[in-house]
Design a protein around this ligand. Structure first.
Ligand code: ADP
Ligand code: MG
Length: 493
């Protein structure tokens, strides 16, 4: 069995009464510190009430060396994806492969090309901002040491930075209060093994740095949000720190609202929202086709892309986060083009799982064989974000057969399943109810990068904290808002 705890009992066993006290303390700490999410409603109407975010009772163990490794790699990943986003020729080839099989990705790229044509290749704003998150699972092959394997890299709307910082503080508070008890395993819970998570301020810094670079006093950061966003408070924390640390005001609006009340001046290229000069557009919406049910949403996106506001992310940067791009980068020669330094390249590659295309190439043929012979080792992914889209293991062959038209297979990638350790337990509290079980944790490392797309010069590049999401081992996906997972903090071991 694959392990990381080496037979240490963790988390410490609590009596029923201790568990109840811990759950109450955790719930109340969350409610008093804004570690909350809007209550689910049946009608999707705006709801005034909020509830604590699904959380783990204890911080989950994570090997310190692998945690440091993931954080240490972030600036290299930031640079890699900035370079990918700048390489139109490369992204053009990717879109050709997805042409006719993935309408949403094709539409994004078409809009990018349309904007390039209108601006005659001279962008109104040479600076682009990326607030990325690179996600990892621990991989524990039976004979080798545990390692980190990248699940995906998000280039748009990477969430939970705001709330992550709070969870670390919450777990630290519970520990200092003595609520974790003294049973075996509690000796691992040292305050210094529970790192303070700078994600909320780190991401706000990314936005603040971009705002400074834009250089217009009194201009705002426009948060593009979904209409009935339940995870609004995660975003609010970035707004609060942006104001506190940089004196920058932000305004929230949906794509439809921007279509209605946004204005683009074709002469000055300024973007205004309700009359206010927009310096930075920060997308926390627009990553999924359902955000574009109204044609006005595409109009809004186009208007912003044409403007001289700094986009986080630009259409090209959004596109660079496609799972197809991740698959193509697994090829050493392709990666070498973007990461010429062999040392850095091998460090990046060491985190890659095998990912195969489902096209007519030799690799595609190999993938078809693998699906027939050992589907239980793979996950099938379409070009989508936001959770709940993947197809796992034995369900893959049947799912693909039902697509009928084999040409549609090209829209998917086939990824080797990562095998997380099986000896980690925790309890998750959701809507006040505690459930214990075996868990799997996914570490996301945030990164901020500001670069010039015309000179390819990187102006700022830093790691910006992390997210630990934890789900029960019997659940395939880890989405927190989608109801699969919880937010956690890191206990370094
Ligand atoms: P999304 O864009 O929907 O977040 P992901 O690629 O992150 O898509 O997949 C969603 C979830 O599925 C991940 O958070 C993880 O729990 C699980 N998952 C994805 N890829 C793998 C993999 N290769 N091995 C094991 N689990 C995976
Ligand atoms: Mg994901």
């Amino acid at each position: 069995m694959s392990t990381i705890l080496n037979a240490v009992t963790y988390p410490p066993t609590l009596t029923e009464e201790e568990t109840t006290n811990l759950a109450i303390a955790l719930r109340d700490w969350s409610l008093s510190h804004g570690l909350v999410i809007r209550a689910p409603t049946e009608t999707n109407a705006a709801d005034e009430s909020s509830v604590h975010v699904p959380l783990t009772l204890h911080p989950s163990p994570f090997p310190k060396n692998l945690f440091d490794q993931a954080r240490g790699l972030q600036t290299a990943f930031n640079e890699l994806y900035a370079k990918v986003a700048d390489d139109s020729e490369f992204l053009n080839r990717i879109t050709e492969e997805l042409a006719g099989v993935d309408e949403f990705m094709s539409d994004l790229w078409k809009l990018h090309l349309e904007v390039e044509e209108i601006t005659e290749g001279v962008p109104a704003q040479p600076l682009t901002l990326g607030l990325f998150r690179s996600d990892y699972l621990l991989h524990t092959a039976p004979t080798a040491e545990p390692c980190i394997r990248q699940v995906e890299l998000n280039t748009i709307s990477a969430s939970f930075g705001g709330l992550s910082s709070l969870v670390a503080n919450c777990h630290k508070f519970l520990n200092k209060s003595g609520l974790y008890g003294v049973a075996t395993g509690s000796e691992l819970l040292k305050d210094e093994s529970m790192p303070v998570n700078p994600a909320a301020r780190g991401l706000a810094k990314g936005l603040g740095v971009a705002h400074n670079a834009y250089g217009v006093k009194g201009s705002i950061v426009l948060f593009v949000v979904q209409k009935f966003e339940r995870n609004a408070f995660d975003q609010r924390w970035l707004e609060y720190y942006l104001l506190e640390d940089f004196g920058v005001v932000s305004v929230r609006a949906s794509l439809e609202e921007i279509a209605e009340s946004g204005k683009f001046d074709p002469i000055t290229k300024e973007l205004r929202y309700k009359g206010r000069h927009v310096a930075v557009v920060y997308y926390r919406a627009g990553y999924t086709p359902t955000d574009y049910t109204e044609p006005a949403a595409w109009e809004a996106r186009k208007m912003m892309e044409l403007s001289k506001a700094i986009k986080c992310p630009s259409l090209a940067t959004h596109f660079a986060g496609a799972k197809k791009v991740q698959q193509v980068l697994v090829d050493e020669l392709v990666l070498a083009k973007f990461v010429p330094d062999p040392d850095v390249r091998s460090q990046i590659r060491a985190t890659f799982a095998d990912i195969l295309p489902l096209d007519d190439s030799d690799l595609g043929k190999k993938a078809r064989k693998l699906i027939e012979t050992c589907p239980e080792k793979y996950v099938l992914k379409p070009q989508r974000e936001g959770g709940g889209n993947n197809v796992y293991r034995e369900k893959i062959p049947g799912y693909l057969r039902e697509l009928n038209d084999e040409t549609l297979w090209r829209g998917y990638i086939l990824m080797e399943l990562i095998e997380p350790p099986q000896d980690v337990q925790n309890a998750i509290i959701r809507a006040g109810k505690v459930r214990k079980g075996n868990v799997i944790s996914e570490l996301g490392v945030f990164g901020c990068v500001l670069w010039d797309i015309t000179t390819h010069e990187i102006k700022q590049n830093f790691e910006a904290g992390w997210l630990l999401r934890t789900k029960f081992a019997d659940s395939e996906e880890g989405g927190v808002a989608a109801g699969f997972g919880s937010i956690d903090s890191v206990l370094l071991i």
